[in-house]
Design a protein around this ligand. Sequence first.
Ligand code: FES
Ligand code: FES
Length: 156
Amino acid sequence: MIKLTVNGHEHELETEPDTPLLYVLRDELALSGAKFGCGLGQCGACTVMLDGKAVFSCLTPLLLAAGKNVTTVEGLGTLEAPGPLQRAFIEEQAAQCGYCIAGMMMRAQALLVKNSSPTDAEIRAAMEPNLCRCGTHMRILRAIKRAAALIKTADA
Ligand code: FES
Ligand code: FES
């Protein structure tokens, strides 16, 4: 039995410990935000947060996530009450096909948790592992800056 906390909810799973976290999230917990892109740690579509750090869930065995806090894009807000990153991505129309966006948001969230006012260069460096084949990188960069501003206003 492996215990896992996802978006604040505890789960007990009878799953093979080497199962990729991505499969557990999508197939067992019905959290389909994180996407399967390459399965090789090369695209970032599967990015989630593990104890506050961005990880490729396609390369993270379930056992490595045991007892830790997993956050997926579903944990950033809801349709009725989107979180600042979700609002900013919508307002900047950052998505084209949308396939990369959940992973982008989770890597951006991990950045904003440790750096609430990142420069353009810091955003580019932090987001480097995540690819967007539609080429919306500039809109994503603007969305992350907008999210940082929204968070600051909310905290003021
Ligand atoms: Fe995990 Fe591409 S699916 S990095
Ligand atoms: Fe299509 Fe990024 S919006 S891959």
